[in-house]
Design a protein around this ligand. Sequence first.
Ligand code: HEM
Length: 194
Amino acid sequence: MENSKYSIVYRIIHFAMVILFLLLLGTIFLKFTFLNKSNVAAIIQGFLTSNDLKLSQEQLNDLAKLIRQPMMDWHNYIGYGLVGLFAIRFALPFFGKMKYQNPFDKSLTKRVRFQKILYIVFYVCTIVSLISGVLIEFGSIEYKELMKDIHALSIYYLIPFVVIHIAGVLMGEFTDQKGIISRIVNGTEEEKNL
Ligand code: HEM
C-alpha cells in the first residue's frame, strides 16, 4: 500500500486539533474529578463546620460552581478555538489543501476504509458537540437543558475515538504504514526539500 504524505497544512491543523482536544479533555477530567461540584462543596462544608459556620446545601453548590467557573470559562474558549479550527479545516479543500477523504474509494484496504469512516463519524459528533456548546451559551433559554444533555454525551465518543485512532495509527506503524507517526510529525523528505 502506498504511504500517505502529510502536507505542512495537514500537520498543523492535525496537531492544533490534538492540542485543543487534549486541553478540552483536561477541563472535562477536572470537572468530573478534583473540581467536581460535590467534592468542592464537601471541602467547603468541612472548613465551615470546623469554624462553626454554616451554609445551606444550595449555597455550597453555588460557591463550588463559582470556584470552578474560571476553568469552565477556559473550556468555552477552547471550544470557540475548535469552532474556528473546524471552519478552517472544512474550508481548506476549496483551496486544494487537506482534501476531504473518501471512505468508499475502491483501492482502500478494510482497515483504512474503517479509519476514514471513523473520521466522518468523529467530525459529525464533534460538530454536534460544538453547536450544542455554543447554543448553551448563546441559544434560547427554552432549549438550554436539552442542549446541556446533548453536550454531555460528547465524552462517550471522544475518548473511544482517541483510543481507537491511536491504536489504528500504531497498527499501521507496525504493519503496512511504517513511518506514519514520523510523517504526521515531521512530514516527508520530499516536502522538506521543496
Ligand atoms: C498524538 C497522537 C496522535 C497521532 C500519532 C495521530 C496520527 C494521525 C495520523 C497519522 C493521521 C492521518 C491518518 C490518515 O492518513 O488517514 C491522523 C488523522 C486524524 N487525527 Fe490523529 N493522531 C493523534 C491524535 C489525535 C487526537 C487526540 C485527535 C482528536 C481528538 C486526532 C484527530 C484526527 C483526525 C480528525 C484525523 C483526520 C484528519 C482529516 O483528514 O480530516 N488525532 N492522525
